[in-house]
Ligand binder design. Structure first.
Ligand code: GDP
Length: 261
């Protein structure tokens, strides 16, 4: 019933207005629910564990300019109205991820925010978990693009990799988060390809059916390969909560949201 509720919800949204929706994804503990709370209320109170998708409505802070209103004159009355968006939190637990994937087909979706714990990515396990999830997500977006019925294809959907917890001493900086994820996704892809060959699937005729992320060939996976299917991936650092003296820092994520509304 849960995936249905997302669809029903998004469908209603589309029917009534065009409030853009953004999906929050990522491994458990990355900070999705904290981010959702911060975007909604301006502070990240202790969070519940998300078992099912939860949607909140947020307003774009007034000091963040959306791309579409950048060149509007300050006398334009529409520049003063609040810009609203919906933020949909999804469960990070592996067994519940189908909820997140089922929401990808929703027409009202404007972008995906994949939250990672930048400190957890310095451990092999943490990196593998995040990279596997992100690999599967990007593959789903690639399929969504290739299987599009019309030549125009579905609306492009950009991905923000929110390199969260930058306040932590052990956090990898965004550049490294990007590099490590690309390298690990390359491994995941190779392992998947090998798995397919070993099981006898995919070795022969049906080349079109192969599930290979990014451009063909032997090279390393890079996020920019996703541009071929209309997906721009950006890795941007920030922190929702803070240890010690640090304050939440999510300005650059808001800017990305504004650009993609
Ligand atoms: P979710 O499972 O992805 O929804 O993650 P939560 O929002 O529940 O956060 C998991 C834990 O990480 C919580 O204890 C948060 O307080 C903590 N957390 C989230 N964001 C940050 C951050 O930017 N910095 C620090 N230090 N902790 C954070």
């Amino acid at each position: 019933a849960l995936p249905l509720s997302i669809h029903a919800y998004l469908y209603r949204q589309r029917a009534s207005s065009v409030t853009p929706s953004f999906l929050l994804l990522g491994p458990t503990g990355a900070g999705k629910t904290s981010l959702q709370t911060l975007f909604e209320r301006g502070n990240a109170t202790p969070t519940h564990t998300s078992q099912s998708p939860a949607t909140v409505t947020c307003a774009l802070p007034r000091d963040v300019t959306a791309a579409s209103s950048k060149y509007r004159s300050t006398n334009d009355p529409s520049a003063k109205t609040e810009r609203k968006l919906h933020l949909i939190d999804t469960p990070g637990h592996g067994k519940l991820r189908h909820h997140a994937f089922s929401a990808l087909t929703a027409p009202a979706l404007s972008g995906l925010i994949f939250v990672v714990d930048s400190a957890a990515l310095s451990s092999a396990n943490g990196l593998t978990e995040a990279a596997t999830y992100l690999h599967d997500l990007l593959l789903a977006l690639q399929k969504r693009h290739t299987s599009a019925k019309t030549s125009k294809g579905p609306k492009t959907l950009n991905v923000l990799v929110a390199a969260n917890k930058q306040d932590l001493f052990t956090a990898l900086p965004a550049q490294l988060v990007r590099k490590n994820l690309e390298r690990e996704i390359t491994k995941v892809r190779d392992t998947r390809a090998k798995g397919l060959l070993d099981s006898g699937v995919g070795g022969d005729e049906d080349e079109e059916e192969r599930e290979w992320l990014g451009e063909g060939g032997e090279g390393a996976f890079e996020f920019r390969q996703m541009e071929e299917c209309g997906v721009e991936v950006q890795v941007v650092g920030g922190n929702v909560r803070a240890e010690g003296d640090e304050a939440p820092h999510v300005q650059n994520w808001w800017a990305w949201v504004a650009e993609n509304m």
